[in-house]
Design a protein around this ligand. Structure first.
Ligand SMILES: C[S@@+](CC[C@H](N)C(=O)[O-])C[C@H]1O[C@@H](n2cnc3c(N)ncnc32)[C@H](O)[C@@H]1O
Length: 355
C-alpha cells in the first residue's frame, strides 16, 4: 500500500475496507446538534450512546500539533473525533475500530466532515499500515482504550455481568477466541493467572476453581454467579466481584495488552516532529505499558551517570507532557461514572514548534 491508496484489510476479519465517502447527515429534531441527549439522567451520544471521557483535555492536547492527520485509534462512536474536527481546522481524522458497529456509527457521525474524516475497520496494531491510506503527516494518535458503553450495554455482546447474554466478549465479532473458550477451556491455573494479572483480585484461585466446578458455563449470568459464590459475603458487599473477572476475561479474549504494546511500538516511526500521543487507560495493566513506553522514549531508561553525556543509546524521542497520569474531574465522574477509572497520559515528539 502507498499513501492515499485503498483498500485496507482488517487483520482480524480479513474483510476489505473501502474509503469512506462523505454523506450529508441530517440533524434529527429534538436532539442536541452535537448528538448528545439526556437518557435516564445520564448524558449519552445518539446512536452509539457513548460519552467521550476527558474530552476537553484531549482536545486541548491536540491544539498545538502541526497540520496533518490525527489517528483516533479507538474511534468508537466518534465522540472524541467529532470534537477534534470541530475544534481544530488544521486536523483531519483517521478513525480506526475493530468493532464493525462502532465503525458504522463513527462513519455516520463524521459524515458532514467529508474528506477530513476517514474511518476504517482495523485493529490498532495495524496503525502504521492504516496511516498509509491517508495523504499527509500523522501529527497525533489518540487511544481511548477498553470498551464503549454500547458494547457493555448490549447483552448479546456478552461483556457485562449485569445482563444475561452469551459468553462472547469479542470486540471484533469475526475474531476467533470467545469468552466461552476461555471460561470452559482454560486450565484452572490459567484462569487463576488471568484473574490475578488482569483482574487484580486476591480471590483469583477461588474464582477459577468455582468456574471449573460449574462447567459447562453457558452464559454471563451463570458466570457472574459462580464468581460471586467464590468470594466471602463481606467482599461481595463491597462491590460485585464479577466486574474484575469479566474485565480479566475480556482483556484475554481481545489480547488487549499485547495489541497495545505492538501499536505503541509503531509510533516513533510514524509520528511527525511535534506530533503527540494521548492515551486514556482504564486498567492498571494498560497504564503500566503506556507509562513504560513514554518513559523509555523520553530517555528515562538512560543508565549513564548524571552530568555525563549519554553513552548507553537510550532513545530521546521527546517529552512526557505531564508528571503522572491525569484523572477526570469529580464533576465529570458524577455525570459519567464510567470515566472514574480513566488515566490520561500524553507524549510529545521532539521537533515541534512548541519547544
Ligand atoms: C472507549 S471506546 C472509544 C470511544 C470513543 N473515544 C468515543 O468518544 O466515542 C473504545 C473503542 O475502541 C475499540 N477498540 C478497543 N481495542 C481496539 C483495538 N485494539 N483496535 C481497534 N479498536 C479497538 C472498541 O471496539 C471501542 O469501540
Amino acid at each position: 500500500l502507498t499513501r492515499g491508496s485503498w483498500p485496507l484489510c482488517s487483520p482480524s476479519t480479513g474483510k476489505v475496507e473501502v474509503p469512506y465517502s462523505a454523506r450529508f447527515h441530517l440533524h434529527q429534531p429534538g436532539r442536541h446538534p452535537d448528538g448528545i441527549r439526556s437518557v435516564g439522567g445520564l448524558q449519552m451520544d445518539q446512536d452509539f450512546n457513548h460519552l467521550p471521557v476527558m474530552a476537553a483535555e484531549v482536545i486541548a492536547l491536540f491544539g498545538t500539533v502541526p497540520r496533518g492527520w490525527a489517528i483516533d485509534a479507538t474511534v468508537g462512536g466518534a465522540g472524541h473525533s467529532l470534537r477534534l474536527l470541530q475544534a481544530h481546522s488544521h486536523l483531519s481524522v483517521l478513525g480506526l475500530d475493530r468493532d464493525p458497529s462502532a465503525v458504522a456509527a463513527a462513519r455516520e457521525r463524521l459524515a458532514s466532515h467529508g474528506a477530513r474524516a476517514q474511518v476504517l475497520a482495523a485493529r490498532f496494531d495495524s496503525l502504521a499500515e492504516a496511516a498509509l491510506t491517508v495523504d499527509g503527516p500523522v501529527v497525533g494518535v489518540l487511544f481511548d482504550l477498553g470498551v464503549s458503553s454500547p458494547q457493555l450495554d448490549v447483552a448479546d455482546r456478552g461483556f457485562s455481568y449485569r445482563h444475561d447474554g452469551p459468553l462472547d466478549m469479542r470486540m471484533d465479532p469475526g475474531s476467533d477466541l470467545t469468552a466461552y473458550d476461555v471460561v470452559n477451556g482454560y486450565s484452572p491455573a490459567n484462569l487463576a493467572r488471568l484473574f490475578r494479572d488482569n483482574g487484580e483480585t486476591r480471590w483469583a484461585g477461588r474464582m477459577a476453581d468455582a468456574i471449573v466446578r460449574g462447567r459447562p458455563v453457558r452464559g454471563t449470568q451463570q458466570l457472574a454467579e459462580l464468581v460471586a459464590s467464590a468470594v466471602p459475603a463481606a467482599v461481595r458487599r463491597r462491590g460485585n466481584p464479577a466486574s474484575r473477572a469479566f474485565q480479566a476475561i475480556r482483556i484475554e479474549v481481545n489480547a488487549e495488552l499485547e495489541v497495545l504494546e505492538r501499536a505503541l511500538d509503531q509510533l516513533p516511526g510514524l509520528l511527525a516532529p511535534g506530533g503527540r500521543v494521548v492515551v486514556l487507560a482504564y486498567h492498571s495493566g494498560e497504564d503500566r505499558i503506556v507509562k513504560g513506553r513514554f518513559l523509555s522514549w523520553s530517555g528515562g531508561t538512560c543508565t549513564c551517570p548524571p552530568g555525563l553525556p549519554c553513552a548507553c543509546d537510550a532513545p530521546r524521542l521527546g517529552r512526557i507532557m505531564n508528571k503522572g497520569a491525569r484523572k477526570p474531574s469529580a464533576a465529570e465522574v458524577e455525570t459519567n461514572p464510567r470515566a472514574a477509572s480513566a488515566r490520561l497520559r500524553a507524549f510529545e515528539m521532539s521537533g515541534g514548534t512548541t519547544e
